[in-house]
Design a binder for this molecule. Structure first.
Ligand SMILES: Nc1ncnc2c1ncn2[C@@H]1O[C@H](COP(=O)(O)OP(=O)(O)OP(=O)(O)O)[C@@H](O)[C@H]1O
Length: 233
């Protein structure tokens, strides 16, 4: 089943006289349960693409269907409803709230959903257990290592049981060994929890944890290869 379907997507940024075509008429589909890595040089459009997939921004032209819903034509508030329901985000620098302990950080997406305290705590504890951090749930981010903070961020991303995890350079702030542990967690979430994962990375070794690598250059897809060598372009 297709979960992400983009057709002829372009994104133009205009500032004054200057226009940048960050994405140029790109089309691709991602199936449920795929683990896709997006690579490309600086400025090639990776973050722009991830923002569109994550319903954080509108394209300039083209169509985007997320799990059967045409996203482009939705209002901002409808788009954020879709985002909260379908997508969990993981960032390079974790984006945890420093004054809240691990479990409170993980509860945040559930607060937005209006869930009651007891249910929130239970789900947040389960998510922290899944990432192997239940015993640290009362620690503040500053009392956790970088890898542990990223695992809290991943627990927060998955606590609402989203269909898709979007990760922007999830290992960018971590050493190699810790980065590998985060990737092993992604593989586990992908294989055991059937989560679709789309990550942006600069590192070839990190990209290879995915089962498919899409490469961008100058806003265009120049290659799209699944493991086993199957080309999707
Ligand atoms: N808000 C914006 N306004 C104007 N131009 C932008 C904006 N955001 C990005 N761009 C331009 O769009 C192009 C693609 O940027 P984008 O951030 O998507 O690239 P990237 O591949 O994620 O780069 P990096 O690896 O350095 O993060 C670049 O030329 C960038 O300067």
């Amino acid at each position: 089943m297709e979960i992400i379907k983009m057709e002829n997507i372009s994104k133009l940024y205009k500032s004054g006289q200057i226009q940048v075509e960050a994405l140029k008429d790109i089309s691709f589909t991602i199936l449920e349960k795929e683990f896709v890595s997006i690579m490309g040089p600086s400025g090639s459009g990776k973050s722009t693409l991830l923002n569109l997939v994550g319903c954080l921004d509108h394209s300039t032209s083209g169509t985007y269907e997320l799990s059967g819903t045409m996203v482009d034509r939705l209002s901002d508030s409808k788009m954020s409803d879709i985002r909260n329901m379908f997508i969990g985000f993981v960032f390079q620098n974790f984006h945890l709230l420093p004054r809240m302990n691990a479990i409170k950080n993980v509860e945040i997406p559930l607060i937005y959903r209006g869930m009651n305290t007891k249910m929130r705590k239970e789900l947040a504890e389960n998510a922290l257990e899944l990432v192997g951090l239940k015993e640290r749930m009362h620690h503040l981010p500053s009392q956790l290592s970088g890898g542990q903070q990223q695992r809290v961020a991943i627990a927060r991303a998955i606590v609402g049981n989203p269909a898709i995890i979007l990760a922007d350079e999830p290992t960018g702030a971590l050493d190699t060994k810790t980065g590998d542990m985060i990737m092993e967690l992604f593989v586990e979430l992908n294989e055991k929890k059937s989560m679709t994962i789309v990550q942006v990375t600069h590192e070839e070794e990190i990209a290879e944890y995915g089962s498919r690598i899409i490469r961008l250059v100058d806003g265009e897809i120049v290659s799209d290869v699944s493991s086993g060598g199957k080309s999707n372009v």
